[in-house]
Design a binder for this molecule. Sequence first.
Ligand SMILES: [Zn+2]
Length: 296
Amino acid sequence: MTEDYLVKATAEHGMFRAYAVNATELVREAQKIHGTWSAASAALGRTLVGTLLLATSGLQGDQAGLTVKIQGNGPVGFIVADGTANGTVKGYVHNPHVNLPLNSNGKIDVAGAVGKQGTLSVTKMNVADKTPYTGEVNLVSGELGDDFTYYLAQSEQIPSAVGLSVFVNPDDSIEVAGGFLVQVLPGASDEQIADLEKSIQGLPLVSEMLRDGKTPEDILKKIFAGQELKILEKMPVKYQCDCSKDRFSQALASVKKEDLEEMINQDHGAQAVCQFCGKKYEFSEDELRQMLKDKD
Ligand SMILES: [Zn+2]
């Protein structure tokens, strides 16, 4: 078992902010929960890693979490992921059973699964006043790394480079998953930016580095080879769902009276299934009757 964690760093004396993560175990867990096939595993896995990187880098003090929604025109349909600044993430894909032939590079065809047209949106929730803020961009490639990069540049005006990578074994299990995010801060020179671009272009895939046993720190060292790099923080990351029966009863209590009556008289109860973790919550006839009573 590998250890999932994310590192936060600065490089070249504060000209760049950098993040790298090994998210193997959490993408394995997502694959098991949802039973995803290879192309859907890679698409969901990359979305989970991208969401983690956004949430741990981009949330302000009063923002608890963010939701990433990818709505492409490919066979997986939409993908949703929630991430928090504390390094937890959860997500699901509309159609988990998607396998596609490998693309021309011999890799899983994530763009074919997600679709090359559509949108990527990010909603941040402000805790204090509960106001959501959503930024949305069109998909530029469907491979997702480029799409997260484009979102950061367009919607948040942060020039960045994002790498997301998932290696799926022939039996659909996940061998490794991870990624990096580098943000250019004001003050970085054109030369420093050009050097960084060159370094990232020559970088092996994150999945290759992880399969070689490299750590998130090693990945950043490789990106900033020979440059000053300061690791600021190392934090565990994990797949975590915060659903509860209470949350589902609030949702149930808001359905129409007739529908509640139907659940009582015809189904003699109700079952709710969490889309993020698959947990089932049972509601008895009595519990439903109480909800009906509370409506009056
Ligand atoms: Zn759940």
